[in-house]
Design a protein around this ligand. Structure first.
Ligand code: PMP
Length: 392
């Protein structure tokens, strides 16, 4: 029976890690995988997380099951950061649950949407490949529109066109901030318009916030999400703590449901809980418990926010350095300065990406996506010179 299975393509980024690891060149540069790196090229555990983990070891008195919703203290402690301190549950209209990372949250969000009758998901492309993969696995059709223009701006006409054509049973999946892979985010004015457009039709918004705090700050990065939520009756929100708390492999995320009326939430959440039960039963506890301990403690919260500021400042510095380099051969690097988060796309061909790797030991995704945190003050000149050479 099992011999009926077909070979699946290897994950391109994981394959890239292997190639990078096997490369003996001392000055190789890894711009592939999406994790933050310090100026020394490390991805350290946050000091605030280390302190919370010590506290957890001391204080945790049981590892008995919590239930499919996970650690509700974690879920609720996060809400003022996501939805704003003024009305963190929008007057009783938002409830959440813990999930294994943002991926687990998206999985449940899309499965709940499907149960509710959603058949198509509108996605700006390029997007994080797992969006389409989860939709395909759930049997949801993906309708694509162009996220960004050649000139490196958001393609608002494409978005307006996509929203003009929605039908009953459509959802739209929007990146809250730090768009992966382009780094090109909607401006405040554009979010204002998006919120207004969404308020006028029946499309279900699914908001994916996986990088809050890595773009322009915790509050600033929530602007679009909050703007949409005040304009629409209902929405699904996928959240990841894996980047902004550096917890990647501990898999920390949350799913929030916003209902038109708070009394509908128990029925909606019962669906999310039963789907979680059928998928993983309960989310892993450790990372979420550490986040909760941070958010319950003023000192640890300040330490975490400070560490997050340092990450963001470093990425801004790298982006400013790239922008200051101006032109690298045929590539204009100035746009990188205004983009947000870990990723940007270098507009070069697949052949040029290969040349970057083979000739210069610079590893980037086939799409030209780079993780800007892979660049340091020590290797950025080499990167700019290599881009100039392969595009000359
Ligand atoms: N959404 C987007 C846009 C992402 O880029 C990622 C991670 N790369 C996620 C969600 C999920 O993150 P995780 O499952 O690692 O928490």
């Amino acid at each position: 029976m099992l011999t009926n299975l077909h070979q699946q393509p290897a994950d391109a980024l994981l394959a890239l890690i292997k190639l990078h690891n096997a490369d003996p060149r001392a000055d190789k540069i890894d711009l592939g995988v999406g994790v933050y790196r310090t100026g020394e090229g490390d991805t350290p555990v946050f000091g605030a997380i280390k302190a919370a983990e010590r506290k957890l070891v001391e204080e945790q008195d049981s590892k008995a099951y919590l239930g499919p919703e996970g650690d509700m203290g974690f879920v609720e402690a996060l809400m003022p950061y996501v939805f704003g301190k003024e009305s963190p549950d929008m007057g009783g209209r938002i409830e959440g649950m813990q999930t294994p990372g943002g991926t687990g949250s998206l999985r449940i969000a899309l499965a709940v949407a499907k149960r509710a009758g959603i058949r198509r998901v509108i996605v700006g492309v390029p997007s994080w490949p797992n969006h389409a993969q989860i939709c395909a696995d759930l049997g949801l059709d993906v309708v694509e529109f162009n996220h960004a223009t050649q000139a490196g701006h958001t393609d608002m006409d494409a978005l307006r066109g996509a929203l003009a054509n929605v039908v009953e049973g459509d959802a739209i999946l929007l990146h809250g901030c730090c768009h992966n892979p382009t780094g090109i985010d909607y401006s405040h004015a554009e979010w204002d318009e998006i919120a207004q457009l969404l308020s006028q039709n029946k499309v279900l918004p699914i908001l994916d916030l996986a990088y809050q705090g890595l773009g322009n700050g915790m509050e600033e990065d929530a602007y679009g999400l909050r703007r949409v939520l005040v304009a629409v009756p209902e929405a699904l929100i996928s959240y990841s703590c894996d980047k902004n708390f550096g917890l990647y492999r501990d898999r920390v995320g949350a799913l929030y449901v916003m209902a038109a009326a708070g009394e509908d939430l128990p029925r909606m959440m019962s669906n999310a809980h039963s789907l979680a039960r059928a998928n993983w039963s309960q989310p892993p506890d450790h990372g979420a418990a550490a986040v909760r301990l941070i958010l319950e403690d003023e000192g640890l919260t300040a330490q975490w926010l400070d560490e997050l500021d340092q990450m963001r400042d470093r990425m801004r510095q790298v982006r400013a350095t790239l922008a200051a380099a101006g032109k690298a051969g045929a590539v204009d690097l100035t746009a990188f300065g205004g983009q947000n988060g870990l990723f940007s796309i270098v507009p070069i061909s697949k052949e040029q990406v290969l040349e970057m790797r083979e000739k210069h030991g610079i590893y980037m995704a086939g799409s030209g996506r780079i993780n800007v945190a892979g660049l340091t003050m020590g290797n950025i000149d080499k990167f700019v010179a290599a881009v100039a050479e392969v595009t000359a």
